[in-house]
Ligand binder design. Structure first.
Ligand SMILES: *[C@@H]1O[C@H](CO)[C@@H](O)[C@H](O)[C@H]1NC(C)=O
Ligand SMILES: *[C@@H]1O[C@H](CO)[C@@H](O)[C@H](O)[C@H]1NC(C)=O
Length: 261
């Protein structure tokens, strides 16, 4: 099926989660990532604040630890303590086509900050909206026509989302992605069979194709010789490997404990 590219939008608020090596048994390190329980709590608190009886659809685009200030962390580290510092989560949601920046105090179980974000850039794409977007062309008349013109069977067409990019400067008012489609008949390596010449732009908030053009026809590359799977390779590229053994007689040299190694 469609391999949904989890296209990671570079965005103002995207950040890398640091998993500090925690050696403070008993207390949570202030920079520990949110636990599954905390993530669920965030979801419950935020959803409740948006009155679920109204039909506001809410989507979560980012949920992560709202890191405490550095002096707070240093002071916590200076006295070996078993006390867990109050924990807060930073959340980006979309509600009614607006981006909200929210801070949840997990200890008090309340929202302490909630503002509509009006700056440049957009929150991360969610997997759900990308999956919905890549289904759109398959039921879109002009696209079906385009596949017919290329003698392609639409049952073998799979699409993927690509962000349109943001290069600073010009303010964009819509959350849109480009959708590129591929033909995976006779191969699993669909990326080698792009259906070119077609431009599809999807508005994610309206979940609709808002721009479509079929400007030119380029032959779709043939499927033969594109399979990358080991079982399909022939010498000299494989699969003729003599047996080799890798042993760790005393087990692995590391230990995994939750999110720490
Ligand atoms: C929510 O949507 C449902 C179905 O679309 C509708 O029947 C209901 O009245 C809506 N509720 C509110 C509060 O708008
Ligand atoms: C397209 O492919 C599907 C699935 O293999 C097949 O059932 C269908 O008959 C094909 N359609 C055409 C027009 O060849």
């Amino acid at each position: 099926m469609a391999s949904t590219l989890k296209v990671v939008l570079l965005l103002l608020f995207s950040s890398f989660t640091i998993s500090p090596i925690s050696c403070y048994k008993g207390a949570q390190h202030p920079l520990d990532p949110l636990s599954p329980k905390e993530l669920t709590l965030v979801q419950t608190i935020v959803k409740k604040s948006y009155n679920p009886s109204s039909n506001n659809s809410i989507s979560f685009h980012y949920v992560g630890l709202d890191e405490p200030e550095k002096p707070t962390v240093l002071s916590w580290l200076s006295k070996p303590s078993t006390k867990t510092l109050p924990r807060r989560a930073l959340v980006f949601t979309r509600v009614n086509e607006q981006t909200h920046e929210i801070i949840v105090d997990l200890s008090k179980r309340i929202i302490v900050y909630d503002e509509v974000y009006k700056g440049l850039g957009y929150p991360l794409l969610t997997a759900d909206e990308q999956i919905a977007a890549i289904q759109l062309p398959l039921k879109y008349g002009p696209f079906i026509e385009s596949t017919k013109r290329r003698d392609l069977n639409v049952s073998y067409v799979v699409c993927s989302t690509f962000t349109v990019g943001w290069f600073g400067g010009v303010e964009r008012t819509k959350r849109v992605v480009k959708v590129q489609c591929f033909y995976n008949k006779g191969t699993v390596n669909l990326y080698l069979r792009p259906i070119e010449g077609i431009r599809i732009v999807v508005d994610l908030d309206k979940m609709k194709i808002v721009e479509y053009s079929d400007a030119f026809k380029i032959p779709v590359p043939k499927a033969e010789g594109t399979d990358y799977r080991f079982s399909k390779q022939h010498p000299p590229f494989g699969p003729r490997i003599n047996g080799a053994a890798i042993m760790q007689t005393n087990g692995p040299g590391f230990e995994i404990d939750g999110h720490t190694i």
